[in-house]
Write a protein that binds this ligand. Structure first.
Ligand code: FES
Length: 166
């Protein structure tokens, strides 16, 4: 397991110190760590468990129960492509193939440069707009009939990846 740097450890300690006496401290601290670091490292679960006088297993259970928490670092930009039945029938496979090529991120993983995370999700509950994608919280419906997703990704790459590589 990769060790956390001291800046991240300090942030976790500060969050725990400031929130350990609040009601429902585990959830509060987890949310703050997720917001601050973009994920919940194991070290945070240990500190939170100690402060909330519970076990690491309990905290880990909470982290894995809520979809909003993740134990792996996420990319700067998060893309979801729905592979539910309605979206799949309407061509979401072609969308995800395009996203894979552009982002260089594996499905349900993060690109090596940390710029993109790509999730293949089940039904997002918007089948009337199939196929549906979400990029950084922005929903794109009928995504096979427009180039919005492609354009958004292209713009991010132009602004962030190309300047880094230049
Ligand atoms: S199957 Fe994609 S939104 Fe329902």
């Amino acid at each position: 397991m990769k060790k956390l740097n001291s800046a991240a450890l300090q942030k976790i300690s500060k969050i725990v110190e400031e929130n350990k006496d609040r009601p429902g401290p585990t959830i509060v601290m987890l949310h703050k760590v997720q917001d601050e670091l973009g994920y919940i490292p194991f070290e945070a679960m240990e500190k939170i468990a100690e402060a909330a006088k519970t076990s690491v297993a309990e905290v880990y259970g909470v982290v894995t129960f809520y979809a909003g928490f993740t134990t792996e670092p996420r990319g700067k930009h998060v893309i979801n492509v729905c592979l539910g039945t309605a979206c799949y029938v309407k061509g979401s496979q072609a969308l995800i193939d395009d996203v894979l090529k552009m982002t260089e991120s594996p499905i349900n993983g993060t690109s090596k440069d940390g710029l993109f995370s790509l999730d293949a999700t089940r039904c997002l509950g918007a089948c009337g707009l199939a196929p549906v994608c979400v990029i950084d919280g922005q929903v794109i419906g009928n995504a096979n009939q427009n180039t919005k997703l492609h354009d958004e990704i292209e713009e991010i790459i132009r602004n962030e990846r190309n300047t880094e590589r230049a």
